[in-house]
Write a protein that binds this ligand. Sequence first.
Ligand SMILES: [Zn+2]
Length: 295
Amino acid sequence: MTAALTIILAAVNIAFPRPGASLPAIDRCYVIGAAPPGTTNVVVQGRPVAVHPLGGWVAMVDLVPGTNTVAVADTNVTFTVAAKRASSASSAAPPPRKYEKLPYAADELRVCSTNLVVIDPGHGGDDTGALSPHSLPEKDANLRMAKAVRAELEKLGYKVEMTRETDDAVPLYDRPRSAHKGGAAAFVSIHHNAPPYDKDPRDFRYHAVYAWNDPGEKLAKAINSRMAETLGGALKNNGVLHANFAVTRSPEIPSCLIEVDFVTTPEAELDSWNPSRRKKIAAAIALGIADFAKK
Ligand SMILES: [Zn+2]
């Protein structure tokens, strides 16, 4: 099957950082974008950067506190970087994301009295989520995957509700609402990932599932093991991690958040558009949910 992703650009495009963005106190950041067909390299801050045959490119640039202007081909992008705090220069880098395992209210696994599963495609509306080199938003990759998961779950006999079916902005705390109302067997939020701003996206590709409490962790493990089985060596498995997210905190509804893959390299972006790969991953996620719900 040929690639489903074909975008013809007239000029070099910069997907990240966005003009006017405010970045935390970091010494370097990634710059990603895309170039017109036939371009073999783009010059970023005076250095040639290889362009993927489908147009995407990735570069790393050094930053200074305050205003930074990065020259990419004939375009400049200007953004700001926060100043480091003089009092704690050695610990001025942003802290790593914290995943807490906190006590939970309901520590007994809910008996699945319904065959309802709620699928939550992450982001939407003005909230694009991560951007790929061609500036394709994560919110769309999430929605495509969520619809594919719904189709697979329906084949297995589940009733599926989605928190959004179009490009809507749904407030974070409203997302688990229908799962609570319907007594869902599982609530699954679907996302695609981006690395921290100061890390090279070429070093970041894996799948991972995040949960907060014990029921969520059981659901997450079931999904993660089916994903690992299906993707095998094709994608690194970062396992099940604890995350205190709005969408993983439901005490009675087993909930988890899947980072299906990253979208921040040309290869990852292309994979996110591959319909047969999407169907395979969606089938694995649906089987994982079924493994959990049957128990
Ligand atoms: Zn996301």
